[in-house]
Design a protein around this ligand. Structure first.
Ligand SMILES: [Zn+2]
Length: 454
């Protein structure tokens, strides 16, 4: 009888520590061996000429299901994820927030059999309801989402409410993902701009200003340090914010800094031309190639700790409904984040090792999924992505699998292609096509009591 179910043979295995030619044997969905031996296996995949990366771990995605399934749902969103090389997500949707353990139970039950990839679920923190933190954490949420400004219908936390929430999380060592924009600054800017009758795209960066982001980050990071809580600043949009977070980290705050491709590749003035199709918040900030290069350096150096998509899709028709004030915030991105990171290697901004660090290992560690996820090593889930590093292609709206059906990177030429994605040893996407198995499992957060059998 063969020792293994699957052998991925002859590929170049990439981890944050480096790369080497190695064979990977999979048994019962887990990695049983990594090395130069060639154990017998029922199935052998020839990976020579290909890179083997740990499956991507995207910890900030909104699949709108339940909530707004006309924008996205779990089958479409996770099919996009699998095809792009993302085998683990952490999901939360503002239109149907998880605020109690009953909400979590209902959402888990609803999502049975709806996911192509493994998934954790985050809760929404709600001002005045910090008593829910402990039971939700024990019930297995992956993190708590906090807004400092009322956004997407979710009420904002002022400093007092945020401190209350962070205190509650520090007692149970729960982690919080913080959307940071100062409400008094965004609201006063909105009043002024609306008063002038402005409806052009350029209102977005004035309304959601750099100062609004930085002021909120400053307050939030200070409170994280004071309460000894653990938190991530969501979607850091520019180097000034990243430096601010780094200063608090150096002073002892347990704080991570997440960023997303739109803060590296889209420009602040794109919104003037594209309007609602570039409406997301915080908005794009880069104005020059040097601004973009600084962001890549901050990511390479670990000041920006990890990448996510902040996948928040709407279709073109949904984005076209309403003016710049009314249209939904957000971009689709699960289809493109891994391809854009691979392309960033080809362009010299990162190494493949960095990609595995910022889009697998660090997010997995940050949210308690390590060492089972985000890692190629014995005992880890056999979540593997085979990449052809030299393949060239062009990102196209027509190829988008997300229900959004478009990408802000339409027409962008990229180098590096995800060829196959494996989830726990099973193929979940091949050659740009998702499989139809909905074998994704719920991943309880680290606060949940350990199940006895894996
Ligand atoms: Zn988000």
């Amino acid at each position: 009888m063969p020792d293994a179910d699957l052998l991925v043979a002859g590929g170049t295995v990439v981890t944050p520590a480096g790369r080497r030619r190695a064979n990977i044997a999979v048994r019962d969905g887990r990695i049983g061996y990594v090395g130069t031996e060639r154990p017998d296996a029922r199935e052998v995949v020839d990976a020579s000429g290909l890179l083997v990366l740990p499956g991507g771990v995207d910890t900030h995605v909104h699949l709108m299901d339940p909530g707004s399934p006309e924008r996205e749902d779990f089958p479409t969103g996770t099919a996009a994820a699998a095809t792009a090389g993302v085998t683990t997500i952490i999901e939360h949707s503002h239109g149907h927030p998880v605020r109690t353990t009953d909400d979590l139970r209902d959402k888990r039950a609803y999502l049975e059999g709806r996911s192509n990839v493994d998934y954790g679920l985050a809760a929404h923190a709600w001002p005045g309801r910090h008593a829910e933190v402990e039971p939700l954490w024990a019930a297995g949420v992956s993190f708590f989402k906090v807004f400092t400004c009322t956004t997407h219908g979710v009420p904002g936390h002022d400093a007092a409410a945020l401190r209350e929430h962070l205190r509650a999380t520090s007692l149970v060592d729960a982690v919080t993902l913080m959307h940071c924009e100062d409400e008094s600054l965004t609201e006063s800017a909105a009043d002024l701009l609306r008063g002038e009758g402005r409806v052009d795209g350029a209102v977005v960066p004035e309304w959601r200003s750099r100062d609004a982001e930085l002021v909120a980050v400053a307050v939030a990071a200070l409170l994280v340090r004071r309460t000894r809580a653990r938190a991530t600043v969501a979607h850091v949009s520019n180097p000034e914010v990243a430096s601010y977070v780094a200063r608090e980290r150096a002073a002892g705050a347990l704080i991570a800094a997440e960023s997303c491709p739109q803060y590296f590749l889209l420009r602040e003035d794109d919104v003037e031309e594209w309007g609602t199709l570039r409406k997301f918040t915080p908005p794009a900030r880069a104005r020059t190639g040097e601004d973009e290069a600084r962001m890549w350096r901050l990511l390479r150096d670990g000041v920006l700790t990890h990448m996510s998509t902040d996948h928040a899709p709407s279709t073109l028709a949904q984005k076209a409904a309403g003016d710049i004030w009314e249209a939904q915030f957000g971009l689709p991105g699960l289809d493109s984040t891994m391809p854009l990171l691979l392309d960033a290697v080809a362009r010299g901004h990162l190494a493949y090792e960095d990609v595995t660090r910022v889009y697998a290992e660090v997010p997995a560690r940050t949210y308690g999924l390590w060492p089972r996820k985000g890692r190629i090593g014995v005992g880890a889930d056999a979540d593997l992505v085979l990449v052809d590093p030299g393949a060239r292609s062009t990102l196209r709206n027509e190829a988008v699998i997300s229900k959004a059906g478009w990408t802000p990177y339409d027409g962008r030429e990229i180098t590096g292609r995800v060829v196959h994605s494996y989830l726990r040893g099973e193929v979940v996407a091949a050659e740009g096509k998702p499989g139809d198995a909905r074998g994704g499992r719920f991943l309880p957060g680290p606060g949940a009591p350990r199940a006895s059998a894996g």
